[in-house]
Design a protein around this ligand. Structure first.
Ligand code: NDP
Length: 296
């Protein structure tokens, strides 16, 4: 079997187009421009790249982008004061604090100071609790992107066996909650799991969110399974720097029914879902119907 490729780049472009349509409607019918504020503390080069591309794509879909770049030695009090200001600003519907923060800042405290209704990353403890209890919440962007791709590929996920490898708060755990919400039978595996190959072979849906290059080979994949590779790992091969996932793509693609590539799979969906969450937050803030197909 050779797997079909789930093209995240193309899918993300479609999500952004849908966001842009919703933004146009909000502007024309309600005089409302959704606004996203991104806060970057320090000069981490990878974070700077993410923030730049978030700003560019925010403007491309017609939303207002507000960037706040703070010095690496910004005090917690100053950062919390900025967040309080953004929480109170009616032009801002989404707030994202770029992680990781410098070590002297308490990330949990900072994230939990964002108004949960504007927490477009879905990391606030209220949103985590709402998701865990099956209530309407802001959903973390990467797992939301994975869910959208799975729904698009399969339609209903009900009754499928899903295995999520990785239990982080930003990917593994919310991914498992979303799959449970769509009535999958969910197993969460991690570094202490026994016989990981056997666990993976039971998966109709296998989501890898580990951060270990090509750790999951084709013979861990059930024939016909759908493989979602969240991993982004930089490796040196043949004298070149290359991006690979947590799944060994070439061998897994021989066995799986469908697979996301790295790059061009889950990666582009994350920012698309950030934009989707911002338009959802703007609709909720104004008591308007939520955009179709952009929420969990
Ligand atoms: P974390 O490091 O926070 O979590 C990794 C998880 O993998 C942990 O739960 C860990 O288990 C588990 N793990 C580690 N080694 C093994 C092993 N040998 N066998 C089984 N499980 C193992 O990572 P993240 O969740 O933040 O990210 C995971 C990957 O996804 C990374 O490559 C990251 O770059 C990528 N990523 C991609 C995004 C995108 O936009 N596409 C967004 C976010 C992340 P334990 O808890 O027991 O230590």
């Amino acid at each position: 079997m050779t797997a079909s490729i789930i093209d995240g780049k193309d899918f993300a472009a479609r999500v952004r187009a849908k966001v842009a349509d919703n933004v146009t409607t909000l502007k024309e019918q309600h005089g409302l421009t959704p606004g996203l504020a991104v806060v970057l503390v320090g000069e981490d080069p990878a974070s700077q790249v993410y923030v730049r591309s978030k700003g560019k794509l925010t403007v491309e879909v017609g939303m207002a982008s507000f960037e706040h770049k703070l010095e690496a030695d910004t005090s917690e009090a100053d950062l919390l004061a900025l967040i309080a200001k953004l929480n109170a600003d009616p032009e801002i519907h989404g707030i994202l604090v770029q992680l990781p923060l410098p070590e002297h800042l308490d990330s949990d405290l900072v994230i939990n100071s964002i108004d949960p209704a504007k927490d477009v990353d879905g990391f606030h403890i209220s949103n985590v609790g709402l998701l865990g209890t099956g209530q309407k919440s802001m959903v973390p962007c990467t797992p939301l992107g994975c869910l959208m791709m799975l729904r698009d590929h399969h339609g209903s996920l009900s009754g499928m066996n899903a295995v999520v490898v990785g239990r982080s708060n930003i990917v593994g755990k919310p991914m498992a909650q979303l799959l449970l919400g769509d009535s999958c039978t969910v197993t969460i595996a991690h570094s202490r799991s026994k016989d990981l190959p056997a666990i993976c072979r039971g998966a109709d849906i296998l989501v890898a969110a580990v951060g270990r290059p090509e750790m999951i080979p084709g013979d861990w994949v059930k024939p016909g399974a759908t493989v979602i590779d969240v991993g982004i790992n930089r490796i040196e091969r043949d004298g070149k720097t290359k991006l690979v996932g947590d799944v060994h793509f070439d061998s897994a693609a021989q066995v799986a029914g469908a697979i996301t590539p790295v790059p061009g799979g889950v990666g582009p969906m994350t920012i698309a879902c950030l934009l989707a969450n911002t338009v959802t937050a703007a609709c909720r803030a104004h008591g308007l119907p939520e955009p179709e197909g952009l929420t969990a």
